[in-house]
Design a protein around this ligand. Structure first.
Ligand SMILES: [Zn+2]
Length: 278
């Protein structure tokens, strides 16, 4: 976060503290990038609802992480696309649900995952599944707005290119999830949303150089970047070129967060006030 934004956030916080009591009374959202190694999983917690955006690989310890955080209900689990480093935790979640360790209200996926065995597995465990596409909204984090930006309905895209892009926002700040989307889909999203921006960006495809194009970053203008990648992974994620671009765009390299060097990282977001890493 640059100094101007920090100052503005502090002034807003001071104003609210003086006029409405402490920030304790404000709506808060917590978005935690979980350290699942070479995969992706974010835990989103609001006062009414806990959700996951992706579930990491099969043995990333998702069950222990959820238990350590006392998560007993998930309103929704969003599966960005069908690759195992994003949906690998589904078997663990289905088992936890069967054992009564967790209650999962629904799992949301894009058309690319529709025929996958994990959808059958979820249905057998009694968990509702639902396909979503661009234009859909989620009411899980009200008063925050949650919009699905990509892919479009009945898209023929597959694998990384079929990832669900999801944007959470209030009137001041926003968080953009990109799954493993790459440069051609970033271009498609900007064609659909020419004015798109995001305060915080989950950098697409683990910081690969095939994602985070200049055009996309220049339009989005993120102030914080979240990269999930395994320590010393064989793909070379995140790519030095992507990191160099992010340093230039963000102008503050302390706002680039990486699971391979930082472990799990949590963002606190006070409604219409500001967002901070903790
Ligand atoms: Zn991936």
């Amino acid at each position: 976060m640059d100094n101007k934004i920090l100052l503005l956030n502090l002034l807003c916080a001071l104003f609210l503290a003086c006029t409405h009591g402490s920030l304790e009374n404000q709506d808060k959202l917590y978005i935690e990038m979980l350290d699942v190694g070479q995969g992706l999983s974010f835990l989103i917690k609001s006062k009414d609802c806990n959700s996951l955006y992706d579930t990491g690989t099969p043995n990333s310890g998702l069950d222990t992480m959820l238990q350590n955080r006392d998560i007993k209900t998930l309103c929704s689990v969003v599966l960005s696309h069908r690759h195992n480093d994003h949906t690998g935790g589904i078997a663990t979640l289905a088992k936890m649900a069967k054992n009564g360790e967790i209650r999962i209200k629904r799992v949301i996926y894009a058309s690319d995952s529709a025929e996958e065995p994990f959808i059958t597995l979820l249905n057998e465990a009694g968990i509702e599944t639902q396909e979503i596409s661009r234009g859909d909204t989620l009411a899980d984090f009200l008063p925050w707005t949650t919009r699905i930006l990509f892919p479009v309905k009945n898209s023929s895209l597959t694998e990384n290119a079929a990832s669900i892009a999801m944007r959470l926002s209030d009137s001041q700040n926003s968080f953009l999830f990109m799954g493993d989307l790459e440069a051609p889909q970033e271009k498609s999203i900007l064609e659909l949303e020419p004015l798109l921006s995001a305060t915080a960006l989950q950098t697409g495809h683990h910081g690969s150089k095939t994602s985070s194009s200049w055009d996309f970053l220049a339009q989005i203008q993120p102030k914080m970047a979240f990269i999930s990648a395994g320590k010393n992974n064989s793909y070379g994620h995140p790519h030095p070129e992507t990191l160099a671009k992010l340093r230039l765009i963000l102008q503050d390299s302390t706002q680039i967060f990486r699971t391979d060097t930082d472990g799990s990282v949590e963002l606190e977001w006070v409604y219409r006030v500001g967002m901070w890493s903790r």
